[in-house]
Design a protein around this ligand. Structure first.
Ligand code: ADP
Ligand code: MG
Length: 795
């Protein structure tokens, strides 16, 4: 255990800072006991430096479980240091002396429970409303700071002289909400606190429940189920309907308020803040309600039977200190320190019902608490703890409820101060002395009964102890088994979580691969599309250019031909002239030949013909000659004309033919080009189609491969998963088997270990304890009645 947790150790500076170093004996005088709790006593005292009146709660941390007590003290001091609110007790500091912490607080006149005790009747509704209002404001403050009081009851709601309501006793409080320990005072405990023993959690709503019970306590003097033993009450609270106000005298506001506080399901129960708006607390009431109540109480105390109710004189302490009172102090000499015997006798039940607390850290010690209780057993144990009211008398029974049925339960055992035990015994003796003995046999019978009873009780207690021990062992075993199963569940959850994580990772990876594939596909398609479009465009341009070139070429050819024709036309007269000359020459040659032939003929004729005839022959010849030449000339003209006309005609025709040929040639060429181009286009389209198909095939193949890979990985993962889970389950089954066979070896039946439903573990102990305590109560009542009968007889 760390040194800081050793009782009284101040090595940790954080702990040391919680305490003042002065000697409290020197600082505070005039100590008088005013209250009692589970830890020790509370005192009225005066601060010698300021003469201020204070209350001092003395808490011892020696003896058994000193470390736990020390931790409790540190917890309470830390809590008190944290809080500051008009409706919570003001904390003034803590001192250490002789293994006792002196917790100094503002002084209060008494608790709401003291009021009930003085008046012996319920408070009035407006008084209850005022007390509840104050307590609720204190609770709202705690809850808003995420704290839980956990022990709200009339005994822990104090009143100051000027009529202020103060929450006190933070020994059970929780600094955090939600909490889950089993803490509080049984009759005031909320159902969820009782059930929280079994892994549950609760929050500030538990204080609201306790406040509801406190309302009933103030209205009926006792909390519901108070006539039951604590265990049965716990069982009852957890299992049954919520209690309600019994009498019909209360207003609907009050009833409704109590009903809201006592909603069994915490979620249905309002928050403290909500309840501050409830008509029950908001309703008009005189401001002086509580001051009047205090005055009334003081008056009542002054009139109390001195012998029986001197304890309640504490309500007048402050008054006595502050100024003269009508009463004289009747020998109330204070005794200092715990364990001293005081002169203030106490017959009333001022001793509060102890609150309980369990914490996970006190598991080991809690198991020890059972033998402790048994070891301590002595006759004054009879006076301890649980209180059963019966008319005007009080009997103290063994605290049966301290035997909690769970191995994790620890009860804050009340530390009876010596004076209290002593004084109670003393008062019993006094009563015995007071009575005369008219019927001796009756007394003897009583003594015998008492002896019998003690014998029976010892036996029963030994039995109970044995059964308790067995039960605890069983519980421990069962608890361990539950822990083992819980561990297994956690292991399973962890493995599942890990596997799920991996599965999710794989799924993500696969989704990413698919996405990648899809975007790749899209890219490829887009790229191919672009390439093809570009190619088509290129071809189109090329074709266009080719066409343009061709057309230009055509035009040039035509232009050239035209130019040639023009030249031809221009050159035509020249050739004609030469031809004309040629014809002319031919004509002249012919004429010459003609003339020579004529001369030859003339000569011949002249020779052959007589001279006389010459003349006629010559004449005829001349005529002939002239006629022939005329024909020649005519022929010449004709052939010239003829030549000229045929020449022009031939030129036109030739040119026309040439044009025609060119046109045809060009046309043919253009057609060839067109055919070529459309062939290219078709080839390109076909190529594009092919490319697209190839891409599609490639992509779908890739996709198929990817899907196959994903499928394979999934199967592998699934196999791994079932393998891991199977081996884990096998391992866990082996563990459980080993645990169970060990249990069998130790003598526990498996069925008992595993079959009982979790929440039912209270009931066997209850029936056991109930049976025993019932028999004790019955025999005691019997004895008591006989005893009372004798008392009546005396008076
Ligand atoms: P426990 O934890 O044992 O219940 P408390 O703190 O409730 O201890 O104190 C026990 C009793 O002492 C209270 O019921 C009340 O009567 C009395 N008491 C406690 N504190 C004061 C105080 N500041 N002024 C007057 N009386 C007090
Ligand atoms: Mg208390």
């Amino acid at each position: 255990m760390p040194s800081t947790s050793r009782a009284g150790s101040l090595k940790d500076p954080e702990i040391a800072d919680l305490f003042f170093r002065e000697d409290p004996e020197k600082l505070f005088t005039d100590l008088r006991e005013i209250g009692h709790g589970s830890f020790g006593a509370v005192y009225f005292a005066r601060d010698v430096r300021t003469a201020e009146v204070v209350a001092i709660k003395k808490m011892s941390y020696s003896g058994k479980q000193s470390n736990e007590k020390w931790q409790d003290i540190i917890k309470e001091v830390k809590f008190l240091q944290r809080i500051q609110h008009p409706n919570s007790i003001e904390y003034k500091g803590c001192y250490l002396r002789e293994h006792t912490a002196w917790l100094v607080m503002e002084y209060c006149l008494g608790s709401a429970s003291d009021l009930l005790e003085v008046h012996k009747k319920p408070l009035q509704e407006i008084e209850i409303a005022a007390v509840t209002h104050g307590a609720l404001q204190g609770l709202a403050y705690l809850h808003s700071h995420n704290m839980i009081h956990r022990d709200i009851k009339a005994g822990n709601i104090l009143l100051t002289e000027p009529g202020r309501v103060k929450l006190a006793d933070f020994g059970s409080a929780s600094i955090a909400s939600p909490a889950n320990s089993f803490v509080g005072t049984p009759y005031w405990m909320a159902p969820e606190v009782i059930l929280a023993m079994d892994e549950g959690q609760y929050d500030g709503k538990v204080d609201i429940w306790s406040l509801g019970i406190t309302c009933i306590e103030l209205a009926e003097r006792k909390p519901p189920l108070f006539n039951m033993n604590a265990m049965s009450a716990l069982y009852h609270i957890a299992q049954n309907e919520s209690p309600t106000l019994q009498s019909s005298e209360w207003t609907d506001y009050f009833r409704n308020f109590v009903d809201s506080c006592l909603q069994k399901i915490p979620q249905d129960r309002p928050h403290s803040e909500d309840l501050l708006q409830h008509a029950f607390v908001l309703r008009e009431r005189p401001e002086s309600v509580l001051i009047d109540l205090i005055l009334r109480t003081k008056d009542a105390v002054r009139e109390l039977d001195n012998l029986q109710y001197r304890k309640m004189k504490k309500i007048l302490f402050q008054e006595a200190h502050n100024g003269p009172t009508t009463e004289t102090q009747e020998g109330d000499e204070p005794e200092h320190g715990p364990g001293h015997t005081g002169t203030v006798s106490s017959v009333g039940s001022n001793q509060s019902i102890p609150s309980m607390s369990i914490s996970a850290s006190s598991q080991s010690s809690s198991v020890n608490s059972i033998p402790d209780a048994a070891d301590d057993k002595s006759d004054h144990d009879l006076e301890k703890d649980h209180t059963v009211m019966s008319n005007s008398s009080v009997i103290h029974l063994k605290p049966v409820h301290t035997f909690m049925p769970s191995c994790i339960t620890q009860i804050r055992e009340e530390q009876m101060s010596g004076y209290k035990k002593h004084s109670k015994r003393k008062s019993l003796v006094e009563l015995n002395e007071n009575q005369s003995t008219p019927k001796k046999e009756k007394q003897e019978w009583l003594l015998k009964q008492k002896e019998n009873f003690q014998h029976y009780q010892a036996e029963e207690e030994a039995n109970l102890l044995r059964r308790q021990r067995q039960y605890l062992e069983l519980e421990c075993r069962r608890f361990k088994r539950r822990i083992l199963i819980a561990k297994h569940n956690v292991e399973q959850d962890l493995v599942r979580e890990e596997l799920n994580k991996r599965q999710t990772q794989k799924d993500l990876e696969h989704a990413m691969l698919l996405r990648h594939h899809e975007s790749m596909q899209e890219l490829e398609v887009r790229q191919l599309g672009t390439i093809q479009k570009m190619r088509t465009e290129l071809i189109r341009l090329q074709h266009q250019t080719e066409l343009t070139n061709q057309l230009e070429y055509n035009k040039r050819r035509e232009r050239e031909l035209r130019r040639k024709h023009v030249m031809e036309v221009r050159q035509q007269p020249k050739s004609l002239k030469s031809k004309e000359l040629q014809i002319k020459k031919q004509f002249q040659d012919t004429c010459k030949i003609q003339t020579r032939q004529y001369k030859a003929l003339r000569n011949h004729l002249l020779e052959t013909t007589p001279k006389s005839d010459h003349k006629a022959v010559l004449k005829r010849l001349k005529e002939e000659q002239t006629r022939k030449l005329a024909i020649l000339a005519e022929q010449y003209d004709h052939s010239i004309n003829d030549m000229l006309s045929t020449q022009a005609l031939r030129l036109d025709e030739a040119q026309e033919a040439e044009c025609q040929v060119l046109k045809m040639q060009l046309q043919q060429e253009l057609e060839l080009l067109n055919a070529y181009q459309s062939k290219i286009k078709m080839q390109t389209d076909a190529q594009h189609d092919r490319e697209r198909k190839e891409l599609e095939q490639r992509v779908s193949l890739r996709r198929a491969l990817l899907e196959q890979k994903i499928e394979e990985e999934m199967v592998t993962l699934q196999n791994e998963r079932s393998e891991r889970i199977r081996s884990l389950l096998e391992k866990q089954a082996r563990e459980i088997e080993a645990f169970d066979s060990e249990s069998m070896r130790l003598g526990f039946s498996n069925m008992v270990l595993s079959s009982l439903p979790k929440k039912d573990f209270i009931s066997p102990a209850i029936t056991l304890i109930q049976r025993i305590s019932l028999s004790i109560v019955l025999s005691l009542l019997l004895a008591f009645l006989a005893f009372k009968g004798m008392n009546y007889h005396i008076h």
